[in-house]
Design a protein around this ligand. Structure first.
Ligand code: GLC
Ligand code: CA
Length: 548
């Protein structure tokens, strides 16, 4: 049972972050996640593809960089037309990664190190080869006929949605949720306008939801700690604009978790915390959507006139664009759950594509000191590159973000013993390809900065997911950005110019309401100092001060 902290937001000392009756997995507060793409993390049997034993082998590494939670991309049986997001059997580990027993052992080994493990739940669709679908496409009605969305006649398609006709004996067309290989599971329609559309409370739609709960229970019973949920907003079709019917399904699932697995976490791929966190998710990803707050921080390179990212050192960015998007979301949901900042994910170009190592240091410093539950994508801790390579397993432009982890300078960067041409994806063969080994021995490396930042985050509860957040200095198109996390004052100047900010009275007010005159520096990247009440920040600097 989660006991809420007394939470002092905007000076109201009695305000609590979460409601008394809320059950929140306590471990999420101090969680720093590491996302592992199993294909390319570590291969232990020399077949050129990463495996679960490889992840187990590297758990000490994960722990050593300060990560205490994992999200593993789908590792289930699959024809791999969408790299495993086309699940053929939800309860079976894909043989190329190992066995179910290997995964149970992974949970166990992770727990011994106090690492929690999230699997990827894909509730919106299955592979066209899943046995439910093989039954559903049969001409004779059966238990699975309504498990997917079908029209009632081969010539009648589905307006406004992708669908397939002519592929089954069954007289009808079926709806897709993503690629052609991914038929949509049937959770019903928010608004039924056709005879074949079922309402979400139809027994067949309830059966789909219950089948997904059964999958969750299966893995939770074997030691998994929760799920990252793929396309979580996609369940009910033609839902209202608030996604209420989809939200009702997640509330029902959250009730099951609260009752049966109160320490399990669910984190949504939704990128709408007002909808997702109010529907029962513990955290929601802030994804890279062109023009949103997250995008303006780090990936705003598609706007005409160059790169306008705040974290790009040329100083074309504007922190207000981020805050205008983020603050309303944070304020509206801070009592419901967390917003997750990501360094990247398997769908997004690596930040190194446009940012240099020095820029990444400042970027990761920001993401690791904002509220919510942060995620580091494997390899981002050393600044792995985005490679321009041909598509693999439905990756297309995402493929360049999924290349083998660079451990050292041995064969295949220590990823695999296989011949290089047998690797799942090509390596970064550039002369200066970053590796873990090289960065470990360089005190100023990105990897060592990440380690310092994660340990700072673990050390100060104010930096945990539910610690307070307050803006101290943010001006349109100006640097630095100064914010407060509880009794910590944090300044960030990603630009290549010196910048300063006069600190106002509120910067010196402790969270218990008392005032101090002393701010002591506890961490910095680059040079930043307080000169009387002015925070003077050298180019590309970041600093954390504590209110003594
Ligand atoms: C999510 C996944 C992505 C996958 C898609 C379909 O966006 O992150 O990799 O292709 O859903 O499942
Ligand atoms: Ca292997």
């Amino acid at each position: 049972m989660y006991l809420p902290l007394d939470f002092n937001y905007n000076g109201n000392v009695s305000e609590k972050r979460f409601k008394e009756e809320d059950i929140m997995p306590n471990w999420l507060r101090d969680a720093v996640f590491y996302e592992i793409y199993p294909q390319t993390f570590k291969d232990t049997n020399g077949d050129g593809i990463g495996d679960l034993n490889g992840i187990i082998e590297k758990l000490d590494y994960v722990k050593s960089i300060g990560c205490n939670a994992l999200w593993i991309n789908p590792c289930y049986d699959s024809p791999f037309k969408d790299a495993g997001y086309d699940v053929r059997d939800y309860k079976k580990v894909a043989p190329r990664y190992g066995t179910n027993e290997d995964l149970y052992r992974l949970f166990d080994e992770a727990h011994k190190r106090n690492i929690h493990v999230l699997l990827d739940l894909v509730p919106g669709h299955t592979s066209e080869e899943h046995e439910w679908f093989l039954e559903s496409k049969k001409a004779e009605p059966n238990e699975y006929s309504d498990r997917y969305v079908w029209t009632k006649c081969w010539i009648h398609g589905i307006a406004g949605h992708p669908y397939i006709g002519g592929e089954a004996d069954r007289d009808g067309c079926y709806m897709l949720n993503f690629f052609k290989c991914q038929p949509a599971l049937n959770y019903g329609f928010g608004k039924c306008t056709e005879e074949w559309q079922l309402p979400p409370d139809h027994p067949a739609c309830i059966a789909t939801r219950e089948a997904m709960k059964d999958v969750m229970r299966f893995w939770l019973d074997h030691g998994c700690d929760g799920f990252r949920v793929d396309m979580a907003d996609s369940l009910v079709k033609d839902d209202d604009e608030n996604k209420s019917a989809t939200g009702a399904i997640w509330k029902n699932i959250r009730e099951m978790l609260d009752a049966e697995y109160p320490e399990a976490a669910i984190i949504s791929e939704w990128s709408n915390p007002q909808q997702s966190l109010k529907s029962g998710f513990h955290a929601d990803f802030y994804l890279d959507h062109h023009g949103n707050g997250y995008n303006t921080l780090i990936r705003d390179n598609e706007t005409p006139g160059g790169d306008h990212s705040f974290l790009k050192k040329d100083g074309n960015g504007d922190i207000m664009r981020f805050l205008m998007d983020y603050l309303p979301k944070y304020d509206a949901t801070k009592k419901d759950g967390y917003i997750s900042f990501i360094t990247c994910n398997h769908d997004t170009p690596r930040a190194r594509r446009t940012l240099g190592i020095d820029e990444l240091k400042i970027a990761w410093a920001l993401f690791l000191t904002l509220p919510g539950v942060p995620f580091i994508y494997y390899g981002d801790e050393i600044g792995m590159r985005y490679l321009d390579i041909p598509t693999k397993e439905g990756g297309y432009t995402r493929t360049g973000t999924r290349t083998p982890m660079q451990w050292d300078n041995s064969k295949n960067h220590g990823f695999s013993e296989a011949p290089e041409d047998a690797l799942y994806l090509p390596l970064d063969n550039s002369e200066d390809a970053p590796t873990v080994e090289a960065q470990l021995s360089d005190p100023a490396s990105l990897l060592n900065v990440v380690k310092e930042l994660t340990s700072l985050r673990h050390q100060y509860m104010d930096l945990w997911a539910d610690g307070e957040f307050e803006v101290i200095f943010a001006e349109k198109e100006e640097f630095p950005f100064v914010y407060k996390r509880g009794n910590l004052v944090i300044g960030i100047n990603p630009s290549d110019k010196k910048a300063s900010a006069a600190l106002t009275e509120e910067a010196y007010i402790r969270k218990d309401g008392s005032k101090t005159k002393t701010l002591s520096k506890v961490y910095s990247i680059g040079d930043a100092d307080l000169q009387s009440n002015t925070l003077v920040m050298q180019p590309q600097s970041f600093a954390v001060f504590v209110l003594e």
